[in-house]
Design a binder for this molecule. Structure first.
Ligand code: PMP
Length: 360
């Protein structure tokens, strides 16, 4: 495997080897044109076909229905925390949020910073965010309901998305977009930093319902405006060209591999391999209630912090990177995004069993 290690990083994260190989082959001279994608004009014919193909592939692979726009933006998911309220909230209109962890909190704080009225209609903070709330009532006048579909740090994921009626549902899907089929018609806006399931950092992927894209007020910063950037097919200014190119290759890889149904099957298998160990062991302990478990970020603890340190050091020595939990929560975390191969998870689970034998 060309000196590659098994990469369980939370993000930026593993990319498909086949994609990296194609990038390598075309790096110096893209399709024989004598320059790399990084060096070509974003207004060139070649780049125009790359960005259009990326958009078309996203529509195909994610089954994006008519009536939605795909936008490639910048500023990460963090800029979307501001963009969503700036674009979608009318004067004096409030927004509903569900707080399922650190990233939800940041989204809420950003909206509040902008002077927007925010109602947190449910939170799982009472149990240290180890579950996804299932009972809440949405304010019928809310500009939108915001959820974090997968909580990268706490290892929880929405199993089913809420019905929001006429209130647009907005989701931060940064850490689980495209891990399984998803019904886009339930959503007003979906956004994701690309650096987990879609490509490198620097590109933010947005899917937005056309009528919502038209709502952007004229007095918001250009780089946050869905109407301005979407209206120019993501070419208002210089977009992150190289990132969009890689994102296109990743979508092609998903398509060639059998699409989201096939990926979902493999992702579930990968996640269950680890969860089975957590469930059958007194040594490892999952941190999340079963119904809310993430198939992208599996979080767990060992009996002591010293054992966790030893576990992480030994996984590194065995060629596995990224198994340390987020610094804010400690413990261990295996991020097993789309591009993490089954073989990596097999290696990890075999190691986990051995480690338990020697230390349990
Ligand atoms: N939301 C979620 C769910 C995340 O996991 C992250 C990054 N780990 C962010 C938002 C922030 O993304 P960015 O760094 O692209 O701003």
């Amino acid at each position: 495997m060309e000196n590659r290690i098994f990469n369980f990083n939370a993000g930026p994260a593993a990319l498909p080897l086949a994609v990296l190989e194609e990038v390598r082959d075309d790096l110096i001279s893209y399709k024989g044109e004598g320059l790399s994608v990084m060096e070509m004009s974003h207004r060139s014919k070649t780049f125009d076909s790359i960005i259009k193909e990326a958009e078309e592939l996203a529509k195909e692979v994610y089954s994006i229905p008519d009536g939605y726009h795909v936008i490639f933006m910048q500023g990460g998911a963090t800029l979307q925390f501001a963009a969503v309220p700036l674009n979608l909230l009318g004067e004096n209109q409030s927004a509903d949020y569900i707080n399922t962890g650190s990233w939800s909190k940041k989204a809420i704080a950003e909206a509040e910073k902008l002077g927007k009225k925010v109602n947190v209609i449910a939170t799982s903070e009472d149990q240290n965010f180890n579950y996804i709330p299932d009972s809440f009532s949405i304010n019928p006048d809310a500009g939108y309901l915001h959820i974090t579909s997968n909580n990268t740090i706490f290892g929880t994921q929405w199993a089913n998305y809420p019905d929001t009626g006429s209130v647009p549902l907005v989701a931060d899907m940064s850490s689980d977009i495209g891990c399984r089929p998803f019904d886009i018609s339930k959503f007003g806006v979906i956004y994701a930093g690309a650096q987990k399931n879609m490509g490198p950092s620097g590109v933010t992927f947005v899917i937005i319902r056309n009528d919502l894209m038209e709502k952007s007020p004229d007095n918001i910063p250009t780089m946050t405006s869905y109407k301005l950037i979407g209206g120019k097919d993501s070419l208002y200014n210089t977009p992150p060209t190289f990132g969009i190119y890689i994102l296109k290759l990743v979508l092609q890889w998903v398509k060639d591999g059998g699409g989201l149904n096939k990926l979902a099957e493999t992702n579930l298998m990968k996640a269950n391999m680890i969860y089975d160990i957590l469930d059958s062991s007194d040594f490892y302990k999952g941190t999340v209630v079963k119904e809310s478990r993430s198939i992208m970020n599996v979080t767990f603890r060992l009996p002591t912090e010293d054992l966790e340190k030893d576990f992480i050091a030994k996984t590194l020595a065995e060629g596995m990177i990224g198994l340390k939990g987020h610094r804010s929560v400690g413990g261990c975390r295996a991020s097993i995004y789309n591009a993490v191969p089954l073989e990596a998870v097999k290696t990890l689970t075999e190691f986990m069993k051995e480690f338990e034998k020697s230390n349990g």
